[in-house]
Design a protein around this ligand. Sequence first.
Ligand code: B12
Length: 498
Amino acid sequence: MIRQKKIEKILLTQPNYAWLSKRTWQFPPYTLCLLKAVIKEKAKTVVFDPNFKNLSEEETVGFLERVDPDLVGITSVSTEYFNVTRNMVALIRKHLPEAVIVLGGVIPTVMIDEAMNDKNVDYWVMGEGERSFPRLIEKLRSGSDDLSDVGGLAYWRGGQAVINKMEFINDLDEVPFPDYSAIVDATLNDYGNIRFKYVPQLMARNYPLTVIITSRGCPYKCIFCAGRTVSGAKVRFRSAENVLEEIDILYKQGIREVVFLDDHFLANRNRALKIMNGILEKYKDFTWKCYNVTAWLLDEEILTLMYKSGCSHITVSIESGNQKVLANIVKKPIRLDKMPAKLDLAKSIGFDIIANFVIGFPGETWGEIRDTFRYAEKLNVDVVNFHIATPLPKTELMDICLREKLLPADYVENISNYSGYGKGLITTGEFTPFELEVLRSFEWDRINFSSPERKKAIARMNGITMEELEDWRMNTRRNLGVNSMVKNIMTHAERART
Ligand code: B12
């Protein structure tokens, strides 16, 4: 038996990413509120979000000490936030020496060995937490030392790392809706009323907005994406009825736009059509979009229903303008010759369109990189973005980069401290990160600002004036193509002005 723990008060939280000058993305705390929903009956739980409130470390510590929780659950949304997450854990450990600390989310899921080096954490949860978290709490309460049935749990025992196999939840309708009632000093609508500027994917047509995940997983094998590791290669769906029920609850609370954050919202065509029809039939003043849309599945029926039911913006990730690179390197099943007609159709229906591309894959030649700009500039879309291939842990791209020694020795620190995922890291015989950064910065500028119409569209989609546009354009160029305003978009001062 391990010692029984009193677990009556639980605090769910994340760091303020601004502490290490990271982009803050003040999204509704969907993940924390999902976890709150699954432990509802078991303890008094609060969701505390210093990131949203832009709290200082001192303010955060003050709150932690006042609540004095028995257990703190921390979420991590990106390995780019490795250091800021580690700092938050150290702060909690210092001021709440008795609390059990549990870390979940992307960091333990894709970097468990590195994560487990942090001795301030007691337990790590890899993968989905809706089953594991309440199970772990029960075990701690009962003092049971058999933790083998807590899926994805990792911990140290007698100097040995114990790492349980990750489990995916098959029936997603089993998962309760997020419980937003316990957010400290904020409501869901407070988050939803932030007017995001400079981030067209998140600009809403109607406010307040929120996010929903309707499916998990992705079957495709794009080499740069960690989606398969994080959410699994088999797509699991919530039923259309279940999704519509959540939308209805949100609508009744005043929410007027939803962003579906799924990896692959269109994976089950009938289900997607059913959700859209459900929205169309019931709400006249409600809009939606999906963060990703699988470009090759777009056709007239889907696009028309999307538009009619309140989605007027799509982001398509085409990745490369060279078919050989797509097929042999990226491994994404897009047919480049089919895309222009699909996008023309979407434009004629009325969609705003962003097209995303990635340059700088190992094996890609300078000429093939140039093909991407040539292809992108001809597309009938409003905005084109060029990202530089960045190896994320537990992806095929990372395996290639490590095998072929294409990364600087300090690449983990480099991402966490300095470059973030916006800049390049990979050097091959063909290119260096700096060359790619300069090239994409000027090509982004050349293509997106090539005509007064494009400028107007880009300003509208970013929610900014033409004057702000020119300023942002220059600064983004100087920032070598990394959106110069994202870091600042949602500071306290900015929010107060909206
Ligand atoms: C939506 C999304 C975003 C959104 C919102 C993120 C947010 N803060 O909510 C936005 C657009 C802001 C975004 C941005 C980025 N993202 Co993103 N994003 C996603 C996406 C598509 C879904 C994430 C999600 O909400 N899942 C649903 C929730 C419920 O799942 P979850 O948060 O993982 O939580 C579950 C478990 O992890 C666990 N859990 C989580 N926390 C805790 C805590 C405890 C205590 C416990 C017990 C359990 C637990 O239980 C939860 C319920 O099952 C994923 C892809 C994916 N399949 O996950 C990529 C993904 C997470 N993003 C990724 C990346 C790289 C980024 C960016 C860095 C991209 C960029 N170049 O700018 C940025 C910055 C990261 C950031 N800070 O957000 C990568 C992360 C890989 C990595 N190594 O970090 C992913 C995996 C996509 C990919 N292509 O590989 N992203």
